[in-house]
Design a protein around this ligand. Structure first.
Ligand code: ATP
Length: 242
């Protein structure tokens, strides 16, 4: 589909198109379109921009990833198609491993996403071999790489599901997430929640890691409240000037 760059919603339509294309290529599960739609709605409400508290969360996440002993970036289909290259860059800058980890796991989709990340320049992408299990989760959702997520001290899990986020936390890991919905269970559970689009957030975290532009102390509950306050202010003042 040709999308004119003059269209007022051009960027959003391009991302939507990338997700649809990702489904056709077998990288994104069909339910990934629903998750994307929810994210798109929150992005719309937030003004499709990195709000100030999210910019701070990006600096805090950059600090934690840069100082970690065994950082891992967990990549699912949506993240791979929207921010594959940026994830590779972030892994390079912070020394993190990349692991493909899916809610709806099939060997075929894992292979496609891992190969895509390798095309983007990723090296030693984990996730094809999943010998370990995350305690407290059932079936395939528990499976992960022993040298990757299982052994990690810090995991970045963009667009994650709340149960898995909690299970990783229960293992004693520091959990960072990127999630446009400040009310999701993942957003509420993680140690640092970046309420921003993965397309903007991953490159921003990489830039901050590279320039060592960090925030060291972080209070996630306060930050989430600040996101909600921002949203409320934005919505309640929309027609005030008329
Ligand atoms: P939870 O179990 O945490 O409550 P959920 O069931 O609401 O999660 P999922 O479908 O597991 O949601 O995950 C999708 C999440 O990712 C949603 O909260 C959605 O807002 C967010 N999301 C979708 N696309 C993006 C994106 N491009 N950037 C950032 N966040 C996104």
């Amino acid at each position: 589909m040709g999308i004119s760059s003059s269209h007022p919603r051009y960027q959003s339509l391009v991302w939507r198109q990338q997700i649809a294309e990702g489904v056709r290529r077998g990288l994104v599960h069909e339910t990934g379109m629903i998750a994307h739609g929810r994210g798109e709605a929150f992005d719309y409400l937030l003004g499709e921009t990195t709000i100030p508290v999210a910019a701070e969360a990006e600096r805090a996440a950059a600090y934690v990833l840069s100082r970690a002993h065994r950082p891992v970036i967990s990549v699912n289909g949506n993240t791979a198609v929207l921010a594959g290259e940026a994830c590779v860059r972030l892994a390079e800058v912070t020394g993190a491993a990349l692991e493909v980890n899916l809610f709806h796991r099939t060997a075929e989709r894992i292979e496609k996403i891992a190969s895509w990340l390798e095309e983007c320049g990723g090296r030693d992408v984990l996730g094809r071999e999943v010998e370990a299990r995350i305690p407290g989760l059932e079936h395939d959702r528990a499976r992960c790489s022993r040298e990757g997520i299982y052994a990690a001290d810090v995991v970045l899990v963009p667009l994650e599901d709340g149960d898995r986020c909690q299970a990783l936390k229960n293992m004693g890991k520091t959990v960072l997430t990127i999630d446009l919905n400040p009310l999701s269970r993942t957003a509420q559970t993680a140690h640092i929640t970046v309420v921003d689009n993965v397309v903007r957030a991953v490159p921003a975290i990489a830039r901050h890691a590279e320039s060592e532009d960090f925030i060291v102390a972080w209070d996630n509950r306060r930050a989430l409240q600040s996101c909600l306050d921002y949203l409320c202010r934005r919505l309640s003042s929309l027609y005030e000037s008329e």
